[in-house]
Write a protein that binds this ligand. Structure first.
Ligand code: ZN
Ligand code: ZN
Length: 192
């Protein structure tokens, strides 16, 4: 058993406080691709409610990646509030097992399975994490990125391109400058 697995028997006394930090390998299903995660923290409370088990808490951690613009390594933190309901299919409807969930809440709890004598928070933690994977990574919102010419990281160093290749927009050189900026258009280059 890992830190996100609990025996059903241990729940019979009521609530259990959960605060566990586990590796990505612990929450990742064996056939799922890695999400480049740091350690995952699961905090909350498990309640046994007459045959069903409710977990309410948070799943948090960091995605480790590189900035889409400057390629620097970076971390993107996440924290998700979760409500998970674990049900056992074979059991008759729980007697007195009133689940304290607001029925008007749009966000239905995610349902997990009670298997045998164990309850595992890891599969649901993984589902929640997959839903919040960033669509893009930026080290800072206004990351200046890399110069396409010289590769300089423009967040911390100036462009090192030769000055005749890069023209500042404010340099008003008129039409004479255009020929220098587009040397490929000169007649002697046409045969290449
Ligand atoms: Zn960046
Ligand atoms: Zn440059």
């Amino acid at each position: 058993m890992h830190a996100l697995q609990f025996s059903i028997a241990s729940l019979s006394e009521g609530s259990i406080a959960v605060d566990a930090v586990v590796s990505e390998e612990t929450v990742r299903p064996v056939n799922a691709a890695s999400l480049q995660l740091g350690p995952v923290r699961v905090q909350g409370v498990l309640d046994e409610l007459g045959g069903e088990v409710l977990f309410r808490g948070t799943v948090s951690g960091v995605f480790r990646n590189t900035c889409d613009r400057c390629l620097d390594p970076m971390e993107a933190p996440f924290s998700v509030e979760v409500t998970w309901l674990f049900e056992e299919g074979e059991l008759p409807e729980a007697e007195g097992g009133v689940i304290d969930i607001d029925p008007t809440d749009d966000e239905m709890p995610r349902i997990g399975a009670l298997r045998g004598s164990e309850l595992d928070l890891a599969p649901l933690a993984w589902e929640e994490i997959v839903l919040v994977v960033p669509s893009k990574y930026l080290c800072v919102d206004d990351c200046a990125g890399l110069c396409p010419g010289c590769g300089a990281n423009l967040n911390r160093e100036p462009c090192a391109c030769p000055s005749d290749k890069v023209k500042e927009p404010k340099d008003n050189q008129g039409l004479a400058g255009l020929a220098d900026m587009f040397p490929d258009l000169k007649p002697d280059k046409l045969e290449e």
